[in-house]
Design a protein around this ligand. Structure first.
Ligand code: NAP
Length: 290
């Protein structure tokens, strides 16, 4: 029987994940297929229930379901508890267990891009990817992470993962939630002026939502050796503006590779064939991606 895995999300038609994961199954001779499983919020419970059928390896979960899916699962692994969001579900005929490979994937991408260490970061957004970015920056040693979000409310209260609660309780990382508008320009400028990494964890700048997540003027406040990271897995106008200012940039493709490789290993219990995945992703992500 051909086993199945897939991507659960809204507006996922252009995702390069099927090309990358199917190349990995082929490289290892595993009889499995990775499919696109589009689902609205109303369709999510049935889509997750279908993972209990025979032959299901599991799924990736993407925007906008990474937080909502938590309540539909039987258990969470340590990575999902730490981040407070799920991007990978393991099924394999047993209980549905949620994991998060975004944080480790971003940390691996930053390391591959030459950033072994961060002292101070800025994250734009307050959703699942923003949570993963905070954890990734902490793993690289960041003592100060500032989150800029139009609505930081989702990050307060019971929805926080364990990493966030630990951060708030121990004060190990200075942690600020600021509105991204003009209401706190002094605080925003201060955070940007000392950041060695800034991460766009909003969909602003994707094909579906053109624009800049933070005005190009603000990029000029960053130190000249800062790295500007956009989690959108295709080139963006924001990264082009950063490069025009002489700043180093990284788009979301390398994180996509690493989070996908970690998910593959969770489903198959085998090391991911990185070279095959990298080649497939490189070809597939020449098209506009999410
Ligand atoms: P999410 O949970 O829906 O969170 C999105 C965040 O962006 C929320 O804070 C949202 O604010 C904010 N936002 C949305 N539209 C905005 C706008 N017009 N202006 C300002 N803020 C806005 O989504 P996610 O899962 O975190 O994903 C975020 C982005 O990261 C997506 O582009 C996704 O493709 C990308 N991503 C890439 C990878 C990778 O491997 N490269 C992995 C994960 C995610 P509200 O709550 O106010 O709507």
């Amino acid at each position: 029987m051909v086993q199945l895995a897939g991507l659960i999300g809204d507006s996922i038609a252009h995702s390069p994940s099927p090309a990358m994961q199917n190349a990995a199954f082929a490289a290892l001779g595993i009889a499995a297929r990775y499919e696109l499983w589009p689902a609205t919020a109303a369709e999510l419970p049935a889509r997750v229930r279908a993972l209990r059928e025979p032959g299901m390896l599991g799924a990736n979960v993407t925007i906008p379901h990474k937080l909502a899916v938590v309540s539909l699962l039987d258990d969470l692994g340590p990575s999902a508890r730490e981040v407070g969001a799920v991007n990978t579900i393991v099924a394999r005929g047993g209980p549905l267990v949620g994991h998060n490979t975004d944080a480790a994937g971003l940390a691996a991408a930053l390391r591959e891009a030459g950033r072994e260490h961060s002292a101070s970061g800025v994250v734009l957004g307050a959703g699942g990817a923003a949570r993963a970015a905070l954890v990734a920056l902490r793993r690289l040693g960041a003592r100060r992470v500032t989150l800029l979000a139009r609505d930081p409310a989702p990050l307060r209260g019971a929805g926080l993962g364990t990493a966030w609660r630990a951060t708030l309780e121990t004060g190990a990382t200075t942690f600020a939630l600021l509105p991204a508008g003009p209401r706190a320009p002094g605080d925003v400028a201060d955070a940007l002026a000392t950041a060695d990494v800034i991460v766009n964890a909003t969909p602003v700048g994707s094909a579906a939502l053109p624009g800049m997540p933070l005005g190009a003027d603000w990029l000029g406040v960053l130190p000249t050796d800062a790295l500007v990271v956009d989690l959108i897995a295709s080139p963006t106008a924001w990264l082009a503006a950063a490069r025009a200012l002489g700043l180093a940039t990284l788009d979301g493709r390398l994180m996509l590779l690493w989070q996908g490789a970690l998910a593959f290993s969770l489903w198959t219990a085998q090391p991911a064939p990185l070279a095959a995945m990298r080649a497939a992703l490189s070809t597939a992500s020449r098209d506009p991606a999410t």
